[in-house]
Design a protein around this ligand. Structure first.
Ligand SMILES: CC(=O)N[C@H]1[C@@H](OP(=O)(O)OP(=O)(O)OC[C@H]2O[C@@H](n3ccc(=O)[nH]c3=O)[C@H](O)[C@@H]2O)O[C@H](CO)[C@@H](O)[C@@H]1O[C@H](C)C(=O)N[C@@H](C)C(=O)N[C@H](CCC(=O)O)C(=O)O
Ligand SMILES: Nc1ncnc2c1ncn2[C@@H]1O[C@H](COP(=O)(O)OP(=O)(O)OP(=O)(O)O)[C@@H](O)[C@H]1O
Ligand SMILES: N[C@H](CCC[C@H](N)C(=O)O)C(=O)O
Ligand SMILES: [Mg+2]
Length: 484
């Protein structure tokens, strides 16, 4: 039990009616979860409005209501708190309710279009192998030390975030690495968190359906850096043209990393192969099993974070050289018939291009590249023709297929991808709606030495159609097909 007044500490209040000294069992933002003596925060969403569920929350026993508009009919004995912005209030309340756990460990947020899961997962691995107890909040999973919980979002809702952080504090976790998505920032899921540092990986085309424009998407990402305290570090990739923009208004210590331009932390790729790459990092040479220039950026970022958090540089380099590929990120398999398979989570134009350019550069002869790719339903439609163009331009054969069509007809998503294919590349394209059939066909077209890239779903273990998820795992599928 916590006292409402304490839970509201730091929330900017417009008006209060009723007692704020009441005891509260839990904070809730979903009326369906409300129990006796909870405080219900009514948040306006994209589909519905939490204010419409205040009555339901009261029926279920809510003791207090936090909202932007107090209902005309109020209930005796209930405390009503009016705020400007419920979602912001919810985050601050969630942090208070769990005793501000982000202040009791070192929390580092990683944002950017691509590389968040890779960077945070590698940081978790690195610090774990350096002997620390570490937390992770990512697209793939949440880790409290080594205990694993399933992820629902890349950046979960504020109650979940603070609950996990509080569990981490209880388990003696010293560092937590967390992905910060633009949805998370926009929906104020990270408000009220105390960050020790933040990293910006890059900014390219994604989520324009949600943010409306690239500028709005960029400004949303920037808010993570605007929010940092003076004691934190802000580490940005300055090879990305928006790197410096991120730091414009931050109070944090400004740090940069780059492969191309001048920066505080620098690296250079000296040699690349299918089994890894040789990187010069801070004047030391390092062999990593992670492939592609984009991973050189990720490795440089984690090296810089480790340095900022006080790890020994030489020990860090040794540990980085032992890091394994993250699930579903450039996962490589070579079949008995010498067909090379790569499963990668590239689901944005930039990621797809990076992966295909990396594959091209690693080709030793005239192996063909056969790409299987789709685009998610109910997500940014404008990236579909761009991804269609990239897939066909950088592959010898491309099969457009389904990738979580959600509520959309798969064929129409595939048609939008195909619309981006230039006339001279049209003959490279096949359209196979069923993803399993698409992968099978790609494998049957492949000859000795050829490369089959299956892009877009990476670690995902399901295919989502009309709200129903059926088991599907690209990596398992392709291994099974190629092993028979
Ligand atoms: C588009 C989007 O981000 N939507 C998120 C948003 O939902 P919403 O605005 O539709 O909420 P709503 O259904 O309108 O409900 C409004 C309020 O009424 C409440 N409600 C609703 C119904 C009811 O009976 N009672 C009730 O109290 C809801 O709990 C909510 O507080 O708020 C919900 C509660 O926090 C989120 O679960 C939901 O994520 C949906 C499921 C989602 O798919 N989000 C994706 C796009 C997302 O967030 N992705 C990013 C990553 C992107 C990337 O990595 O590239 C992420 O961080 O995961
Ligand atoms: N630093 C990087 N720059 C560009 N592309 C990258 C980088 N790191 C990874 N990628 C590509 O992007 C894909 C997604 O990587 P990752 O899962 O790490 O990104 P993310 O930012 O977590 O994505 P999401 O928004 O879905 O959470 C990878 O499979 C790879 O193709
Ligand atoms: N976090 C991203 C993941 C996209 C992965 C892709 N497989 C899809 O389902 O669109 C999103 O929700 O947009
Ligand atoms: Mg991620």
């Amino acid at each position: 039990m916590k006292v409402l007044r304490d839970i509201l500490y730091g929330v900017s209040l417009d008006a209060v009616s009723g007692d704020t000294a009441v005891e509260i069992a839990e904070v809730q933002f979903d009326s369906r979860r409300v129990g006796d003596q909870d405080v219900f925060v009514a948040v306006r969403g994209l589909v519905s409005d939490g204010h419409d569920f205040i009555g339901k929350a009261l029926e279920l026993g809510a003791r207090a209501i936090v909202c932007e508009e107090v209902p005309e009919q109020t209930v005796e004995g209930v405390t009503y708190v009016q705020v400007k912005h419920s979602a912001t209030a919810l985050s601050v309340m969630a942090a208070n309710f769990y005793d501000n756990p982000s202040k009791n460990l070192k929390l580092v947020g990683v944002t950017g279009t691509n590389g968040k899961t890779t960077t945070t997962t590698l940081l978790h691995e690195l610090f774990h192998s350096a002997g620390y107890s570490v937390g992770l909040i990512s697209t793939i999973k949440v880790l409290v030390g080594t205990k694993e919980y399933p992820a629902t979002h890349t950046t979960p809702d504020p109650l979940s975030i603070n609950k996990y952080l509080s569990m981490m504090c209880g388990a003696g976790v010293e560092f937590c690495f967390m992905e910060v998505s633009s949805h998370g920032i926009d929906q104020k899921r990270i408000e009220g968190l105390h960050f020790a540092g933040a990293v910006f990986t890059n900014l390219t085309h994604d989520h324009l359906d949600y943010h409306g424009s690239f500028a709005a998407y960029r400004d949303t990402k920037k808010r993570l850096f605007d929010q940092l305290p003076k004691t934190a570090f802000a580490l940005v990739n300055t090879d990305d043209k928006n790197g410096l923009v991120m730091m414009q208004n931050t109070r944090a210590r400004k740090l940069t990393y780059a492969l191309k331009g001048y920066a505080d932390y620098r690296a250079q790729v000296l040699e690349s192969q299918f089994n890894g790459q040789l990187i010069k990092l801070d004047d030391n040479e390092l062999w990593s099993k992670l492939i592609g220039q984009f991973n050189a950026y990720n490795l440089l970022a984690i090296y810089a974070v480790a340095d900022q958090l006080g790890l020994d540089k030489i020990e860090t380099l040794r540990l980085i050289s032992e890091l394994e590929t993250v699930d579903g990120r450039f996962q490589y398999f070579i079949s008995p018939q010498k067909i090379q398979a790569i499963v990668d989570y590239a689901h944005t134009p930039d990621a797809l291009k990076n992966v295909l350019v990396t594959i091209s550069a690693l080709r030793t002869g005239n192996e063909n590249v056969i790409t299987v790719v789709g685009c998610g339903g109910d997500r940014d439609q404008s990236k579909r023709p761009v991804m269609g163009h990239i897939a066909s331009e950088f592959s010898d054969k491309v099969i457009f297929t389904s990738d979580n069509p959600r509520s959309e007809p798969p064929r129409s998503i595939m048609d939008q991808m195909e619309a981006g294919v230039e006339i001279q590349n049209k003959k490279k394209v096949l359209m196979i709606e069923d993803r399993r059939e698409a992968i099978k066909t790609a494998c049957s077209l492949a000859q000795d030495g050829d490369i089959v890239l299956v892009a877009g779903k990476g670690h995902e273990t399901y295919q989502e159609v009309q709200g129903v998820r059926t088991e599907f795992d690209d990596y398992k599928e392709i291994i099974q097909i190629l092993s028979n």
